[in-house]
Design a protein around this ligand. Structure first.
Ligand code: SF4
Ligand code: SF4
Length: 248
């Protein structure tokens, strides 16, 4: 439980820092920078997320994402699990169109390629002018509305433009049989109490995943460890191994 307190505190701090950091997660600034052949802050952050996810899965979402922090606060108002299914694919459609826009803009862009991590920030700070607050609160509304309407972390499930980087990175790690952070379960010890499903901030049916021996491979799992921390039988635990070797 101490781990979950620390995790939630990290998410809250990350959310409180969002006015400073929001441009580093911007899906728009990366396109604007591409037109000038600049590798900006969000480009570097997204590349780092992708590379880290090969070994760490979606731990970023579970421990550090400001949008995750916002949505876990929203769960105080609506803690129903968000429906899974076709809606989960919306984020991949958004991602493909967006990546195509970045590539096309870069190809049509001008100038030599340069790196500017602080691109369009004021001394590294994102929101510094009044009109920036319109964008900031627009993004907040975009992220919090799905969670308030549909339930736990619905924006992560349905529209997050960052999640596909980590899902793809995780899959690459699995295909290459690299050691990767994931949840491992011993289903023989499970008593089907469903405490894990209730505790899951992503609203996943964790008990069913345990029964089917699927929990390590779920692309919606953010490796938060809440299921492991609440399980009375110690069924679920963290593992940092090649997933195939770890399979029971
Ligand atoms: S909390 Fe543990 S024992 Fe209960 S359903 Fe989940 S995995 Fe099984
Ligand atoms: S399955 Fe467990 S580790 Fe994965 S998101 Fe749910 S609670 Fe977190």
């Amino acid at each position: 439980m101490k781990r979950q307190k620390i995790r939630r505190a990290l998410l809250l701090i990350s959310f409180l820092l969002f006015p400073v950091t929001i441009w580093y997660f911007s899906p728009y600034l990366i396109i604007q920078a591409a037109s000038e052949h600049i590798m900006n802050g969000s480009f570097i952050v997204f590349c780092t997320m992708f590379l880290a996810s090969i070994f760490l899965g979606r731990a970023w979402c579970g421990y550090l994402c400001p949008a995750g922090g916002l949505q876990e606060c929203a769960a105080m108002a609506n803690d129903r699990p968000a429906k899974q299914g076709w809606r989960n694919n919306i984020k991949y459609v958004i991602w493909v169109i967006w990546i195509a826009a970045i590539v096309i803009t870069f190809v049509l862009g001008k100038n030599d390629v340069t790196i500017d991590f602080l691109y369009m920030t004021d001394h590294g700070i994102s929101v510094t002018e009044i009109y920036n607050y319109i964008i900031y609160y627009g993004v907040i509304l975009l992220l919090v509305a799905p969670a308030l309407i549909h339930g736990k972390r619905a924006a992560c499930h349905y529209i997050c433009w960052m999640a596909p980087f980590m899902v793809i990175g995780s899959k690459i790690g699995q295909i290459l049989h690299l050691p990767q952070l994931h949840m491992q379960a011993d289903r023989s010890k499970c008593i089907s109490c469903k405490k894990c499903s209730k505790a899951c901030p992503m609203g996943l049916a964790v008990d069913e995943m345990v029964t089917k021996n699927m929990n390590g491979k779920c692309s919606e799992c953010i490796q938060c460890g809440a299921c492991a921390d609440v399980c009375p039988k110690g069924v679920i635990r963290y593992s940092f191994k090649n997933m195939t070797a770890d399979k029971k």
